[in-house]
Design a protein around this ligand. Structure first.
Ligand SMILES: *Cc1c(COP(=O)(O)O)cnc(C)c1O
Length: 389
């Protein structure tokens, strides 16, 4: 069995690769369809909506990294989650954690609900789940750590409930990537990834994955992608393949930088709260230490005022004010108007996502340069110094 760093680069069994040319960088099979050698004879490929060799290669790598029997690559994380919801039927119920990626909340409450799937949203770190389980309940869905408040949810504890009631346990593992956390090994049945983030890692493509552990589920997902058609394109599959090769060193470096930034932010009087699970005072620190191999490189912080949050967004130079995360470039986001713009105000308030909260996706630049950038962004405006504001 290869170690994770090796699995990012090589398939466990080279013989399962469809490419026999010996190419070290897997070829991009830029083709829509595949010719048959004759009646009743096939190369194993028919049409790229169903499968394409480059997509298949990235799927095998991701399945190997998560310890699943199959991974299916979609054109984005949301395409993957939307396809996953097709395994449910009208009348089914899905219990979800309330602190979710804003796009997932939008999908569940506007599209899944319209399609007759009842979504029950709970606070998994506080509410008991069992009282909400009915005969119609089919699955439990959450992210850990959550976005953007970085709550850590106990995968094994929830998997005991899902197993007791024969529900599917679905975990969105985007924030830690398979390098740091493997939910399937902790009792989850399905893992979701926005491959746009750490897996591809260079802010240059969108991608999504559904990784499954049971053959019946894998078969259903294969049927859905063939039928609804949001598969990852050959070139984008190649970009993700290339990105994953450096996943291990990117994750380590980004995490190291996140620790530096968390410490620096903590030392600043303008910062009222630093939420990074790597910090010992973080409520989920011990749990994350048990269920994952690292703390990741996402950190959220709260500043003294909305005006100060805006000042930082206007002033950062190296750190870019942009949505998304998990790339080599450090990005800062303002969840209230960006990732979580469509989340109802009551839900935002309950989660503590205020207009003073900023989220940093720490990249792999030199930490000193990142801190200097924040430092210059923190210097008060002239008007503020001279009292004209
Ligand atoms: C970005 C993200 C998604 C959605 O993925 P896209 O690739 O942007 O469609 C889903 N879940 C989490 C946790 C994310 O960060």
């Amino acid at each position: 069995m290869y170690e994770v760093e090796t699995k990012c680069i090589h398939l466990m069994n080279k013989d399962t690769s469809c490419d026999k040319s010996g190419a070290v960088s897997f070829p991009i099979y830029q083709t829509a369809t595949f010719a048959h050698e004759g009646f009743g004879r096939s190369t194993g490929y028919d049409y790229s909506r169903t499968q394409n060799p480059t997509r298949e290669q990235v799927e095998k790598i991701v399945a190997g990294l998560e310890g699943g029997i199959d991974a299916v690559a979609f054109s984005s994380g949301m395409a993957a989650i939307a396809a996953l919801m097709e395994i449910f039927s009208p009348g089914d119920e899905v219990i979800v954690d309330e602190d979710l990626y804003g796009g997932s909340t939008r999908l569940f409450s506007n599209i899944s609900e319209k399609n007759g799937i009842k979504i029950i949203s709970l606070d998994f770190k506080r509410d008991e789940i069992e009282p909400y389980i009915t005969k119609q309940t089919k699955a439990i869905y959450f992210e850990t750590p959550t976005n953007p408040m970085m709550h850590v949810i106990d995968i094994q504890k929830i998997s005991k409930i899902s197993k007791k009631y024969q529900l599917l346990l679905i975990v969105d593992n985007t924030f830690l990537s398979p390098y740091f956390q493997n939910p399937l090994k902790l009792g989850a049945d399905i893992v979701i990834h926005s491959g746009t983030k750490y897996l591809s890692g260079h802010n240059d493509t969108l991608a999504g994955f559904i990784v499954s552990l049971q053959p019946e589920i894998a078969e259903k997902i294969r049927y859905i992608i063939k039928t609804t058609g949001a598969g990852l394109a050959p070139f984008d599959s190649w970009l993700v393949l290339r990105g994953i090769k450096t996943l291990a060193i990117r994750m380590e470096r980004a995490q190291e930088n996140a620790f530096y930034l968390a410490d620096w932010l903590k030392s600043r009087p303008e910062v009222t709260r630093v939420i990074y699970p790597g910090l010992e005072e973080h409520l989920g620190h011990m749990l994350l230490k048990e269920q994952a191999k690292g703390f990741g490189a996402m950190l959220t912080f709260e500043v003294k005022s909305k005006a100060f949050a805006e000042q930082i967004l206007n002033r950062v130079k190296l750190i870019q004010f942009a949505e998304s995360l998990g790339g080599v470039e450090s990005l800062i986001t303002y969840p209230i108007t960006q990732t979580h713009a469509d989340v109802p105000p009551e839900a935002l308030e309950k989660s503590g996502i205020t207009d003073k909260v900023l989220r940093l996706s720490v990249g792999i630049e030199n930490a000193k340069d990142l801190i200097e950038d924040l430092q210059q962004a923190f210097v008060p405006d002239k008007e503020e110094i001279y009292g004209r504001k």
